[in-house]
Design a protein around this ligand. Structure first.
Ligand code: 48H
Length: 263
């Protein structure tokens, strides 16, 4: 049966690992804010290429909107050629018609999370983005706090956040685009249009096309691209989230290589 272990050894194992991770990731290559489908894809791409990558996620769980297809139903839809990424991740899927595929949300999401973990991505969950580190007009990292602290009224949680440095930051926070919005709030960039109404045929190509560096040191991926550039939304279909994440990861890789900032 189970071998002898004390309560304090269990506590030490947890605290020790957490402290070690924090020390290692206080300064890293890429910080991705948001652990939804676009953030996870970007992180996997980077980690698979040897880049030290950290995801900041405000929830306890990763996956964002990828667990559920829409209207609280589990079927995820993916337009051709999004199924190529499902194949790459070994996610089972079915063909619905000539151009549309379906997959099971919990299965697809857990496989994507596992793929990011297998690639070596580190996570800080229950951690909320609070601000950017901005030096010489370049984003150089993020300021974060525990989600429970961020969620409580200011007057009872006067707890200062901490800062994590990185060479690049990726905003993968979906509709909210919180990192880009922070730059808007600071008047570093102009007013954000917010995403437009639904137009499936237009939106997905545009999101991938517009996945780019929005400001020095900051790349935007996924639904946050729509919010940033005023693109139409696409509803519960996820091909563009996967491709945009992958594309943002490759863009970051290129930047790190170009500027010889890589590890
Ligand atoms: C830390 C944060 C913070 C914060 C948010 O919403 P997501 O799934 O985002 P994407 O872009 O990967 O995928 C979008 C997709 O799920 C979707 O909503 C679609 C396709 N909508 C179409 C339509 O028409 O509506 O994930 C974002 C993640 C979540 O896990 C959040 O919890 C997290 O970012 N997040 N993490 N600090 N301040 N804000």
């Amino acid at each position: 049966m189970f071998k002898s272990t004390t309560e304090s050894e269990i506590t030490n194992a947890i605290v020790g690992n957490f402290a070690e991770d924090m020390k290692q990731f206080a300064s890293t290559d890429v910080i991705i804010v948001g652990g939804g489908p676009s953030g996870l894809m970007a992180a996997r791409e980077l980690s698979n290429n040897g880049v030290k990558t950290l995801i900041i996620e405000r929830n306890n769980y990763l996956g964002g909107g990828f667990w559920i297809g829409g209207y609280l139903m589990n079927t995820i839809t993916i337009r051709n050629p999004g199924q190529e990424i499902l194949e790459e991740l070994n996610i089972p899927y079915e063909q619905f018609n000539e151009n549309l595929y379906t997959t099971c949300g919990p299965h697809a999401c857990s496989k994507l999370i596992a793929a990011a973990c297998d690639a070596g991505v580190k996570f800080l969950n229950m951690t909320s983005f609070d601000d950017v580190i901005l030096k010489d007009n370049r984003v150089k990292g993020v300021v974060v706090n525990w989600t429970p602290v961020s969620s409580l009224p200011r007057q009872i949680t006067c707890v200062d956040p901490i800062a994590l440095e990185s060479r690049l930051v990726i905003d993968a926070t979906g509709h909210d685009a919180v990192v880009v919005k922070k730059l808007e709030e600071r008047r570093v960039i102009g007013k954000l249009p917010g995403h437009g109404s639904m137009w499936v045929e237009k939106s997905e190509d545009l999101i991938v096309e517009k996945t780019k560096m929005i400001h020095h040191g900051l790349i935007v991926v996924g639904m946050a691209v729509s919010t940033t550039y005023g693109l139409p939304r696409m509803g519960p279909t996820f091909g563009a989230m996967l491709f945009s994440g992958k594309c943002g990861g490759n863009l970051a890789l290129e930047q790190l290589r170009q500027t010889e900032l890589t590890i």
